[in-house]
Design a protein around this ligand. Structure first.
Ligand code: ATP
Ligand code: MG
Length: 246
């Protein structure tokens, strides 16, 4: 089963305390939450409840008391009042869609280009299996890392080493935490809806905290072609055949 609504997935996951602590604060978009979240966070992401490929995503950054920088795709805007911010957002958001408003995570980055990570977990038979993690490095000037928007694959270890100077041991610990968080998602959301494939978009912030940006229930996995473990991609393809042939 696939679930398209990011809001439904968020609410199900937020029921589990061990997962909730890895979820950035998220609400359905409304002016009320826009103002209240801007008091607590300097960066917000606004994204369609049903959307993919980074489409329609808007970032708002607080620059001063009533000064804000907004970016959607490659377009940047600056406004100097709350009224102007809301007017601009209404113009940038489709009136036919609902949106989420989420705390922006200060993602690890290389050359100021953010990186986030795709963790793939499959259940070809009765047990969930962690396949692995691969990074996506945003194209210059972009606020999303999606492959279809020019994001480039990058391996976890080298990316943490290059961005934060992490030791191999540290990278391994981060990977273990990611796998543990992913397995909790598989064993809760995944089992509840009898899923067999999950792709988590994982954010790592500059303090090495792990965040679940979203959970894809029909994930693309072609990025794993670039995983340093060359035996991984054929293994995934085999499991996916098994899953699709069920
Ligand atoms: N809260 C956030 N903080 C920082 N970056 C974010 C945040 N939410 C989203 N992003 C960036 O935007 C990208 C796309 O967001 P998200 O995965 O939620 O939507 P989508 O890509 O449109 O959906 P799908 O993965 O189903 O195609 C993320 O991979 C990440 O680079
Ligand atoms: Mg995504």
């Amino acid at each position: 089963m696939k679930i398209a609504s990011k809001w439904i997935k968020h609410r199900v996951l937020a029921q589990y305390p061990s997962i909730r602590k890895h979820l950035p604060e998220t609400h359905l978009f409304s002016p009320h939450y826009l103002w209240s979240m801007l008091q607590r966070h300097d960066t917000l992401y606004i994204k369609p409840v049903v959307g993919s490929g980074g489409y329609g995503i808007i970032r708002v950054k607080r620059r001063g008391k009533t000064s804000f920088a907004i970016q959607k795709d490659m377009k940047r805007y600056r406004v100097n009042s709350k009224v102007a911010l809301l007017q601009l957002l209404r113009r940038l958001m489709s009136s036919k869609k609902r949106y989420l408003i989420q705390k922006g995570i200060n993602l690890v980055s290389i050359k100021k280009r953010p990186i986030d990570y795709r963790l793939l977990i499959l259940r070809p038979e009765s047990e969930w299996k962690v396949m692995g993690t691969i990074g996506k490095w945003a194209a210059p000037g972009k606020i999303v890392t999606n492959h279809c928007r020019g994001g480039k694959p990058i391996n976890l270890g080298p990316s943490l080493k290059m961005s934060l100077g992490c030791s191999e041991e540290r990278c391994q610990r981060v990977e273990n935490t990611i796998n543990r968080v992913g397995m909790s998602v598989a064993e809760t959301l995944g089992n509840r809806y009898r899923m067999r494939q999950l792709g988590l978009d994982i954010g790592i912030d500059k303090k090495l905290r792990i965040w679940i940006l979203e959970v894809n229930t029909g994930p693309r996995y072609q990025l794993f072609r670039y995983h340093h473990d060359r035996s991984l991609y054929p293994k995934i393809v085999g499991y996916m055949r098994q899953i699709n042939g069920r």
